[in-house]
Design a protein around this ligand. Structure first.
Ligand code: NAD
Ligand code: WQD
Length: 338
């Protein structure tokens, strides 16, 4: 299949591009590099020994998309293109709603005019809200989000689902990711956030490489075994493999389906810190600080449906995630910047 990756130069998109090419698919990457670098695309080419077709374009731009769809016969779209920083979304709600919703609408319009019937969407465990109890299954009711980022995912799931009503040939797969970390084992591609990282693992690796002085563990008094929050961390290479299965599944069916991509195993913040120290043979400078507003004590998936429906399950463990995250950061101390 020829798969268009909207936002394909980003963290998850670049790893998925490698996995798709290795599985024998063609990819077309469209990205405006608002949170990524063309260098990531170049390295996808290097890793796969291919010329990767790519366009610098805004996915909100229907004219630009029309041209790309005219030039490439697309079988499936994966929609990664979104703004994703929870805290920033509270400060910039209009930018978040505009970017995330408009990219989705533009893709659906251009898919319709080009008769493209398959779309896989990057949703998030954030849509479960705080009302549901882990392990989270896909049939839990969507919850109340606490920030505009979460609401954009909630709304985009609804928009995509509604689009399957008038077009009964449309296939929509909503993938709800848990906490993706890790990097390609080569250390050539990985996570490269701009500015101060919001997420745990990039903060840890930037402390390890000396770009930040100290990690603050947000809260040590949660009702969990070691007092720190539990999350479902998943290796980005496993996530990438899940997308290959999802694209193939999308093409085999019609209508909407929802699938969690997680490992089903909860790990604490201190599990991450200590595993990182152990596998990379180093000490991390950290302290236990106050809780961060909005964090839930535990959030992890039931990974059963992905196994049943996609025949996919995560293979890499926490040690692999910590080793590969550090390998990328060590080899690219300033990320993709020279
Ligand atoms: P990322 O920021 O690395 O990748 C997103 C890519 O989309 C970037 O390359 C960015 O430049 C591009 N982009 C954004 N708006 C665009 C636009 N209007 N036009 C063209 N390109 C645009 O993020 P990621 O971690 O790879 O996440 C990919 C998707 O998965 C996002 O939609 C995110 O919300 C979702 N998601 C991520 C996580 C996570 O923890 N990383 C968890 C759940 C869901
Ligand atoms: C993980 C744990 C923090 C930073 C977010 C989004 C979610 C999804 C994934 C997109 C928590 C703790 C963190 C630090 C810390 N993204 N932490 N010190 O909050 O589970 O999920 O990313 O859809 O929607 O909300 O991930 O990496 O921010 O935090 O102690 O400096 O690490 O409190 O327990 P989170 P995270």
């Amino acid at each position: 299949m020829r798969v268009l990756l909207a936002g394909g130069a980003g963290f998850i998109g670049s790893h998925t591009a490698v996995a798709l090419i290795e599985a024998g698919h063609d990819v077309v990457i469209v990205d405006n590099y608002s949170n990524s670098s063309e260098e990531a695309v170049r390295r996808v080419g290097q890793l796969t020994n291919t010329e990767v077709t790519h366009y610098e374009a805004d996915v909100k731009d229907v004219d630009a998309l029309n041209k790309i769809f005219d030039e490439n016969k697309i079988d499936c779209v994966i929609h990664f293109a979104g703004l994703k920083a929870v805290g920033e979304s509270v400060q910039k709600p209009i930018e978040y709603y505009r970017n995330n919703i408009d990219t989705t609408l533009a893709l659906l319009e251009v898919m319709r005019s080009h008769n493209v019937k398959n779309i896989v969407f990057s949703s998030s465990a954030t849509v479960y809200g705080s009302e549901n109890k882990s392990p989270l299954t896909e049939d839990c009711k969507k919850g109340t989000c606490t920030n505009p980022y979460g609401w954009t995912k909630w709304m985009m799931e609804q928009i995509l689902t509604d689009a399957t009503v008038p077009d009964q040939d449309l296939s929509v797969i909503l993938l709800r990711y848990f906490n993706p970390i890790g990097a390609h084992p080569s250390g050539l591609i990985g996570e490269d956030p701009q500015g101060i990282p919001n997420n745990l693992m990039p903060y840890v690796t930037q402390v390890a490489v000396g770009r930040r002085e100290k990690l603050t563990v947000f809260g040590g008094d949660y009702p969990t075994p070691d007092g720190t929050c539990l999350r479902d961390y998943i290796h980005v290479m496993d996530l990438a493999d899940g997308h290959v299965k999802a694209v193939e599944y999308a093409a085999s069916r019609k209508g909407t389906d929802i699938i969690n991509l997680g490992t089903g195993h909860p790990y604490s913040v201190l599990d991450i810190v200590h595993t990182f120290e152990e596998v990379n043979n180093m000490k991390l400078n950290y302290e236990i600080g106050p809780r961060r507003a909005g964090d839930l004590p535990e959030l992890y998936s039931s990974a059963q449906k992905a196994k049943d429906v996609l025949g996919w399950e995560a293979k890499r463990d926490l040690a692999d995630m910590c080793r590969d995250s550090w390998n990328f950061q060590k080899k690219n101390p300033q990320g993709y910047k020279k």
